[in-house]
Design a protein around this ligand. Structure first.
Ligand code: OXT
Ligand code: ADP
Ligand code: MG
Length: 570
């Protein structure tokens, strides 16, 4: 810590580190280089945890997942132009997912950039960042660091959370101030994301809708997971007795094994319900925009929507009762408003949901017990489902297409914020960044279930996992390709099909190259044994699970989103 004695000096490097630490931001996910190499070194010297990646996109994804898990902005630090652009994907993704993060990028000499005179890694980063994030700021003077970091934090976490960009011209880091004066410029942000209560009228309106509901449903989204109001959400679900449908990253707020969980009756509840409480979930593409066949007769539903962002209301369908506020406050207000009313759902509705869910679960569980050769998704996922049931504290990371869709419905999640996946954009390559952040931020064991294509977007970060000796077990569902491993070249030539990879690639050897454990598992027994060992030892492990190349579907469950040519010539 810089002492505040007369005459002692501080500078931009140290003020920035002091400002982050003062606000409880103690971890930086980065890739070093000009002009931020020493910033990382000083941060580490001053007690911050600095996790250095191999590529900025994954450092950025890690920061965004840290934001999701902790409600504090995750911090990613990069070099200028190319490093900044690599990190920008993650900021855009964080903003899309409504997760708080701050991307701090070094940038080139302002005067030279502004005159376009060709500086080292010249780019007008601030202008480029703006459309991709919630807010963007540039720091020109060391004396502004305190206020800039405060603004960045508040922008990232207040209201609807999102990504913030902080532009750090290299020269600013070297600016010197008297330490005592510098200390006075630092700002500790008080109550950065104040809880917001819905108005009494809004609550009364929602209760009126609930009173007339005959087939109610609660849809819970990752905004609710983010809010960390797990107990109040559970109380609301259990007091109403309504069936609930978790969106993928809301799984585990209430356990998937909860008797009111309607995940296995998804089609039925979306179609048949007449009153839907949306809780921290947007009615976007993942819910067919609230329209179409999936949602039954047009006009057959009334929506109550809980969201921190008032502009989310009516974005796709009419919202009969908007509740603007944080999930915890809104759920509490509904519980208070319900007192003395009778809103219990009719038994026929609950029976219908239960019998559909039970039938689907029975069908599914029969498929999980098989010894097909080659191994299929269901057999492999049956093993992983059991592993998570045995060790419910394990955090599941999941990406791919078939690997994603099948793992989502097969692997039960038992605890809040224990499933991290591709999010609103369905983006491939989040896996290793997410796994690293989950391990670093929670100290828990992580199981990353990855399609072989998905893993390819971020695979080099296994070195990072080994270097920091993180308790991460990666299982690659290796079906030799994107969706399937048996694609054909439509041109009939010698080149492989655009969707297939080298057959039987030994991803397990990548892990061994860095000192971790690699296993090639060809059947459920080998997979079970390897996962068991990895989860009990905490040793960085990569299990290359051979999956039937013919078992997957094009685009998994969302093949309907592919446009098709009417003049196909193949
Ligand atoms: O009710 P019904 O009867 O309908 O049944 C439903 C449930 O009730 C039931 N269910 C259950 N039954 C029994 N038991 C249980 N427990 C249970 N739970 C549910 O199951 C059905 C289905 O339920 P589900 O899954 O809840 O419902 P559904 O209909 O699927 O829900 C709809 C959605 C939209 C909410 C859901 O599908 C969803 O969340 N989807 C997300 C999809 C997504 O984001 N996919 C990733 C993107 S795909 C694609 O774009 C890919 N790319 C391109 C690319 C990307 N993405 N990014 C970048 C940077 N570059 C390129 C690529 C390259 S994927 C991809 C790689 C793929 O290859 P890999 O090798 O990685 O992976 P593999 O495919 O494995 O080879
Ligand atoms: P999912 O993909 O799980 O359906 P979305 O990301 O679409 O969820 O929706 C999350 C929603 O939650 C966003 O509209 C966001 O504004 C909202 N949200 C984020 N944090 C909170 C919070 N603390 N309280 C209420 N709503 C929130
Ligand atoms: Mg694959």
């Amino acid at each position: 810590e810089p002492a505040s004695e007369e005459g002692e000096l501080t500078d931009g490097f140290h003020l920035l580190i002091d400002a982050l630490k003062l606000n409880g931001l103690n971890t930086i996910y980065n890739v070093p280089g000009i002009p931020i190499t020493d910033l990382g070194r000083y941060a580490q010297a001053q007690g911050m945890r600095v996790i250095s990646f191999r590529h900025e996109q994954h450092a950025g994804y890690a920061a965004s997942v840290a934001g999701f898990l902790t409600k504090k902005p995750g911090v990613c630090m990069t070099v200028s132009a190319p490093g900044f652009l690599n990190g920008l994907t993650a900021v855009a993704n964080a903003t899309t997912n409504c997760w708080p993060m701050i991307l701090i990028s070094g940038s080139s000499e302002r005067e030279i950039v502004d005159l376009a005179q060709g500086d080292y890694e010249e780019m007008d980063q601030l202008a480029i960042a703006r459309p991709f994030c919630k807010a963007a700021y540039r720091l020109n003077h060391a004396e502004d660091i305190g206020i800039a970091v405060a603004r960045a934090i508040r922008s990232a976490v207040s209201g609807r959370p999102g990504g913030v960009y902080l532009d750090i011209p290299g020269a600013m880091l070297g600016q010197v101030m008297k330490a005592a004066e510098g200390e006075k410029t630092l700002v500790k942000v008080i109550d950065p994301a104040p809880r917001t209560r819905p108005s009494e009228e809004a609550v009364a309106r929602a209760i009126d809708v609930m009173k007339t509901a005959e087939r109610p449903l609660i849809v819970i989204g990752k905004g609710a997971a983010y809010d960390q109001s797990d107990d109040v959400i559970r109380e609301l679900v259990e007091t109403t007795g309504y069936p609930f449908l978790p969106m993928s990253m809301a799984k585990g707020i209430l356990p998937d094994t909860h008797p009111q969980c309607a995940a296995a009756a998804r089609s039925l509840v979306l179609k048949e319900s007449d009153c839907v409480i949306m809780m921290g979930a947007r009615i976007n593409w993942l819910l067919s925009h609230g329209k179409g066949k999936q949602w039954g007769e047009p006009g057959s539903k009334r929506f109550i929507q809980i969201d921190i962002d008032p502009e989310e209301m009516d974005s796709n369908v009419e919202i009969a009762a908007p509740l603007v506020g944080d999930v915890g406050s809104c759920a509490r207000a509904l519980l208070d408003g319900m007192k003395g009313t009778d809103i219990a759902p009719p038994k026929e509705w609950l029976d219908a949901v239960n019998s559909k869910a039970t039938a689907n679960m029975e069908k599914m569980s029969a498929r999980l017990q098989n010894n097909n050769d080659p191994m299929d998704y269901h057999a492999a996922l049956g093993v992983l489902k059991q592993a998570i049931t045995d060790r419910p504290d394990t955090i599941l990371v999941n990406e791919g297409a078939n690997t994603l869709d099948m793992a989502r419905s097969i692997i039960n999640i038992h605890k809040p914020r224990h499933r991290i996946d591709v999010g609103t954009w369905g983006v491939m390559g989040i896996g290793m960044g997410a796994a690293i952040a989950a391990a670093v931020e929670t100290g828990q064991q992580v199981l990353a279930v990855e399609g072989d294509s998905a893993f390819g977007f971020c695979g080099m970060e296994v070195e990072t996992i080994c270097r920091y000796n993180l308790p991460v077990c990666i299982v690659i569902f290796n079906n030799n390709g994107i969706y399937r491993g048996d694609g054909e070249n439509w041109g009939g030539g010698d080149d492989p099909a655009t969707t297939v990879f080298v057959k039987d690639a030994r991803y397990d050897k990548m892990m061994e190259a860095f000192g971790g454990k690699g296993v090639w598992a060809k059947n459920p027994d080998e997979l079970r044994q390897a996962v068991e060992e990895a989860l009990s030892s905490g040793v960085p492990t990569l299990i290359n699970a051979a999956i039937d190349p013919a078992a997957g579907k094009e685009s998994g469950n969302i093949g309907n989103l592919n446009p098709s040519s009417v003049v196909a010539q193949a």
